[in-house]
Design a protein around this ligand. Structure first.
Ligand code: ATP
Length: 305
């Protein structure tokens, strides 16, 4: 449904994206990951038609998405974009902000729809609160609900849960992503958080050095990370005999050639992450309890599942 072909983009003299191609199917959830400054936000803005491309094309079905040089009003009805800065109306209520783009011809439907959207983003108790009185995370949820109001075909989300506390984040993420699937709304999500990806995204792209480093299912990239950058997105890892090995694949054994010296133990809830040294390199592994500093311990690599 959305097709990106050989896209290249520069801010004046600064090239940011080089020869990027991918496509998104109706209802697909695509994550964009990459280090800070790798161009995730820029890619979303370019997809939205905010900038003119240097090269390449973006198509939604047969329609080409064009930048401001060719399209006076930025944006399209079939696509909504929730930026990192939310651009809300501070002096009006949460409900009014959410209903801003809903038609006034059908007041009952508008009220019903606003109620439904408030529930999705868990803001029902704040319906009549002025937006300027909300926290950053609450404003982010208003922006999300407003983007969903007219059921777009494609939603572009830039770090959609970054301002939301951990208490709310899990349930909100499930609510929103489940809703998008139910309504067959495609979403393209720029994120630093693997929790936004695993269990939700159908596919992911990795931006690095202006290029598309990888494009695959999250499961495939997790199981076979081509580079340390990809592995680092998912978990702590070590390089052992030129292989990327996640901390969860190393276990303590009686004897092995891999004898490490423990430096630190970090409590992680259901396990400890142990930082150790082997051949002057850091090695990370998971263990059910903390291990004293300077303890020598042997490790073995568990086979991939
Ligand atoms: N308006 C702009 N004008 C000039 N350069 C910009 C502009 N916006 C971003 N850049 C540059 O483009 C590059 C990509 O930035 P972008 O914000 O797209 O990265 P990002 O991957 O989204 O980063 P983050 O994860 O920190 O949000 C950076 O080098 C940034 O400095």
């Amino acid at each position: 449904m959305l097709q990106v072909k050989n896209l290249s983009f520069s801010y004046k003299e600064t090239p940011v994206l080089n020869n990027i191609s991918f496509s998104v199917k109706p209802g697909e959830h695509l994550s964009i990951i990459g280090e800070s400054g790798s161009g995730k936000s820029t890619l979303l803005k370019v997809l939205y038609g905010k900038y003119d491309l240097n090269e390449g094309n973006i198509y939604r079905k047969e329609t080409e998405i064009l930048g401001p040089k060719f399209n006076l009003v930025v944006g399209y009805d079939f696509m909504k974009y929730v930026a990192q800065e939310f651009d809300l109306m501070p002096f009006t209520s949460v409900a009014e902000n959410i209903g801003k783009h809903l038609s006034n011809f059908y007041p009952e439907e508008k009220q019903e729809r606003t109620k439904e959207l408030l529930e999705i983003v868990e803001l029902t108790p704040f319906a009549n609160t002025k937006v300027k009185l909300l926290s950053g995370g609450q404003k982010q949820r208003v922006a999300l609900a407003r983007a969903l109001a007219n059921t777009p075909e494609i939603l572009l989300l830039d770090e959609p849960f970054s301002h939301i506390d951990n208490f709310k984040k899990q349930s909100l993420r499930r609510n929103v992503f489940r809703y998008l699937k139910e309504k067959n709304i495609a979403c393209i999500v720029a994120t630093h958080d693997k929790e936004d990806v695993l269990g939700f995204a159908d596919s992911m792209i990795v931006l690095n050095n202006k290029k598309l480093l990888a494009h695959d299912k999250p499961e495939s990239l997790y199981r076979n990370p081509k580079t340390p950058l990809i592995a680092a997105f998912f978990e702590e890892f070590s390089i052992i005999s030129n292989e990327i090995v996640y901390a969860s694949r190393l276990q303590v054994v009686e004897n092995s050639d891999l004898e490490v010296t423990v430096k630190n133990s970090y409590f992680k809830g259901s396990y400890y992450l142990i930082e150790a040294v082997w051949n002057n390199e850091n090695v990370y592994f998971e263990h059910r309890e903390a291990i004293n500093r300077n303890t020598k311990t042997c490790l073995s690599v568990v086979d991939k599942k």
